[in-house]
Ligand binder design. Structure first.
Ligand code: ZN
Length: 71
């Protein structure tokens, strides 16, 4: 099965933890998770080992808001 459904994240994609705009999509064998840059980093240890694919668009955040948004 080809699971390359990597469409760009949009403003409609929200962090599962805080509801901020999501910049990281974590594809799992049983669904997917969305995280903002902050929570993506906070939860990386939890999903890194089980993720099928991690779509990281935090560069976009950097481009739009600068390094200050990466805290
Ligand atoms: Zn968040």
């Amino acid at each position: 099965m080809n699971t390359s459904t990597t469409e760009p994240l949009t403003v409609a994609d929200r962090c599962d933890r805080c509801g901020a705009q999501a910049y990281v999509r974590v594809l799992l064998s049983e669904g997917e998770l969305f995280f903002c840059a902050h929570h993506a980093r906070a939860h990386a240890p939890a999903y890194e080992d089980v993720a099928v694919e991690v779509q990281d668009e935090t560069e976009k955040l950097l481009a739009e808001y600068g390094a200050g948004a990466m805290r």
